[in-house]
Design a protein around this ligand. Structure first.
Ligand code: MGD
Ligand code: MGD
Ligand code: MO
Length: 662
């Protein structure tokens, strides 16, 4: 973005037309950053909760207190008595991304939770199983593909996820301008569907059955060239005999996609010059998130679209995230399990769906203290209200965040970092998920307010106190970044990035299976045991599926919101109410409800009220609410006990609900 600064204040923020990746196309949240910067509610100094309200404290006093309390509790009850929760923005800046590891090490607790257990873990798991690494995430080569088959993703609103896109609209339009096609499968006809050639409804959780039917046709009709697949992958016979058992007719009811449509899509995919299947939050956050994520990769590999232009490819980022991941021992799963429900870790992190019970359940290893960094799990985690009650019972809680919100208001102490416009910025995480290799470094655009701290200084300050290390000398994020860049494949440096403020274009994605697939010979495992053994469960569901009688609830991201936290920005929340419940008009008529009416939405665990919008953009039997809003908290309806069995990922979509007049 380009910022205009007058008298130390940002007066204008807009897209940078010379940016090598976005070409100046940004979303409404970009300009709204000015409002976050100016927001009087944004904290600049540490705040302590007292009987008389929040009181400002000095930085040293605050950091000393946090470290002392955490250590006291850990000394008494063991290291695991202090837990940490890492929220989504921890990956959005190099300060946090590079300085969280030392904090995790200094805390030394096995009770680590993160937002990925409500997001991408099933996909990362599929990558770990098939390609040997959580960081071996193949992304659609959007700029060259002839056919994009998209399941449960809405990049028109989300800007692309595990598929970092600059100029999302232009890039997707490019597929069609080249004569290619985009097909979307989603229980809602989304904003992305409006940009696509075709949209088909799919039942929430219906992706794994659909993909099995798709694979059946791909195999049966000769779209799989065995010799070509066998050159790079093992397990083809297992996958073939699996797919043989699922003709489209068998999966039609469970997927909600007619058998004829599945056949047609398989033929279109199989005969396209290049094609790529891609799935995101919708495919991950259901009972078969791991299986669906795996089958998506299988579709790409068996049709010869893996690691080739126009298919699913690996980015080659300037900072070698895979190497960092290996050093940090991220590439693992099920090396230990959570105390209460026995859910497995992945990448060292436990599922957030079990955090509340780990706090509530007495016994050795009970969580008594918590650090949250850039997260708002009370709104973002299933059964958030239970979590809020659990937080209230903690002996000590400290939040690294610059807003007092549903989560941080439970903390004894809040440590607010500087905002993005007051600190240098380099993206070290997302280039490894980008559809083109790019790297950029941005200087701060405004002077930070006096006596404020950068995120890394807070994390570093806390780590050093916890570990009992001297406070000086410190290694800055710029030094770490510079080293990582110099060790990376392009031998870049921070100075070189500084000389190129519009970013450095490092070219299109390149075939790199041998470097990126961390298995012997760079070979892909098409049929990992951990996934094959789930197939009996899929089979049972497929065969017991019948026309749904009740309603199920799914989520909806919106262009003008950002999970739970930009709702202080007037430019984003003005206009029509964004929290309406979407429902098919046929369902509304059946329930005697009318468009615009106030309704009560009830689930096993909770209730919210919302206004009804009757729209044929919804699949019959499915209703939709966005997440992240406090007045209509969708996660008051979701269930912390509903997790998929492989990883314990929260099943945030497909929640059974009833809707009635209020
Ligand atoms: N029902 C339902 N629930 C969902 C989802 C869904 O689709 N449906 N999506 C899930 C997904 S994909 C995700 S990623 C999670 C997100 O879950 P969380 O990460 O827990 O929630 P966020 O709303 O992203 O919270 C971000 C917090 O970080 C703070 N913050 C912003 N920038 C910074 C910064 O630079 N430093 C620090 N320290 N703090 C900062 C904000 O004030 C806010 O409190 O929600 C999940 N929850
Ligand atoms: N504007 C905006 N952008 C964002 C965010 C934001 O809050 N606001 N959040 C960011 C984050 S943290 C993430 S993880 C990404 C997510 O990025 P995306 O995954 O692209 O975004 P979602 O809108 O969650 O898309 C999920 C889609 O899945 C559909 N769906 C639900 N259940 C199912 C199902 O069972 N099967 C199928 N096939 N579809 C289903 C929903 O209708 C929805 O359209 O977006 C990021 N970008
Ligand atoms: Mo996310």
């Amino acid at each position: 973005m380009l910022a205009t600064v007058e008298d130390g204040r940002v007066v204008d923020l807009r897209g940078d037309p010379d940016d090598v990746f976005s070409r100046g196309h940004i979303c409404p949240k970009g300009p709204a950053m000015r409002e976050v910067q100016e927001d009087p509610n944004r904290l600049r100094h540490p705040m302590r909760r007292t009987a008389g309200g929040w009181q400002r404290v000095g930085w040293d006093e605050a950091l000393d207190e946090a470290a002392r309390k955490l250590k006291e509790i850990q000394r008494r009850d063991g290291k695991d008595a202090a837990a940490i929760y890492l929220g989504n923005p921890t990956v959005h800046g190099h300060g946090a991304a590079l300085f969280l590891q030392p904090l995790l090490a200094a805390l030394g607790s096995k009770n680590r939770f993160d937002a990925n257990s409500m997001d991408a873990n099933p996909k990362l798991f599929a990558c770990l199983q098939m390609y040997g690494s959580l960081t071996a995430v193949a992304v659609p080569d959007v700029d060259r593909t002839d056919f994009l088959l998209m399941l449960g993703a809405n990049p028109a609103a989300s800007n692309g996820s595990l598929m970092t896109l600059g100029d999302v609209r232009g890039r997707l339009r490019g597929i069609r301008e080249r004569g290619g096609r985009i097909v979307v499968l989603d229980p809602r006809r989304t904003e992305t569907a409006a940009w696509a050639d075709e949209h088909h409804f799919i039942r929430p959780g219906g992706d794994a059955p659909f993909l099995l039917g798709l694979l059946h046709v791909l195999f049966a009709e000769g779209f799989v060239v065995d010799e070509r697949v066998a050159r790079i992958a093992d397990g083809l016979p297992s996958v073939r005999s699996l797919a043989e058992r699922f003709p489209p007719e068998r999966v039609a009811a469970a997927s909600g996609v007619p058998a004829e449509t599945i056949r047609k899509l398989a033929r279109a995919f199989g005969s396209a010059r290049t094609a790529v299947c891609y799935g995101r939050v919708g495919t991950c956050l259901n009972d078969f998130g791991c299986e669906a994520s795996w089958l998506i990769e299988v579709v790409n590999v068996v049709t010869g679209n893996f690691d080739r232009p126009g298919g699913a490819m690996f980015a080659s980022p300037a900072v070698d995230v895979s190497r960092l991941g290996r050093w940090l021992g991220l590439d693992g799963w099920n090396r230990r399990r959570s105390r209460v429900r026995g859910l497995p870790e992945i990448g060292g992190q436990l599922p957030t769906a079990t955090l509340a019970e780990e706090i509530e359940t007495p016994g050795a290893g009970q969580i008594r203290a918590l650090v949250t960094v850039a997260g708002n799990p009370v709104l973002s985690a299933p059964n958030g209200e239970r979590l809020a009650r659990a937080f209230a019972g903690l002996e000590y809680m400290v939040a690294v965040d610059f807003f007092i919100n549903e989560t941080t208001r439970q903390a004894h102490l809040i440590l607010p970092p500087r905002y993005a416009l007051e600190r240098p910025h380099a993206d070290v995480v997302f280039p490894f998920l980008a559809v083109r290799n790019v790297m950029k470094y941005s200087e701060p655009v405004v002077e930070p307010a006096p006596d404020t701290r950068d995120e890394w200084e807070i994390l570093d300050g806390l780590s050093r106190r916890l570990a009992g290390l001297p406070r000086w000398p410190r290694v800055t994020p710029e030094r770490v970044l510079d080293l990582a860049l110099r060790l990376g494949p392009y031998r870049l440096s921070v100075d070189e990035l500084r000389r190129n403020p519009h970013g450095i274009d490092l070219g299109p994605l390149r075939p790199s299976r041998r470097q990126r697939v961390a298995r012997p010979g760079g070979r892909v495992d098409l049929a990992p045991a951990a996934l094959m053994e789930q197939m009996a469960r899929v089979e049972r569901t497929v065969d017991s599926a019948r026309a749904a009688d009740g309603l199920v609830l799914i989520g909806r991201r919106q262009l003008r919101s950002n999970n739970s936290w930009m709702q202080n920005c007037h430019s984003l929340v003005k206009g029509p109410d964004q929290t309406r419940l979407l429902m098919h008009p046929g369902d509304a008529a059946r329930l005697g409800l009318v468009d615009g009416q106030e309704v009560r939405v009830t689930s096993r665990g909770g209730e919210v009220t919302s206004r009804l919008e009757a729209t044929d953009a919804m699949m019959p039997g499915v209703v939709s609410l966005p997440h992240g809003w406090s007045k209509v908290n969708v996660n008051a309806l979701t269930d912390d006990l509903r997790v998929e069995p492989v990883l314990g990922t929260a099943v945030l979509n497909g929640t059974p609900v009833t809707v009635s007049a209020r």
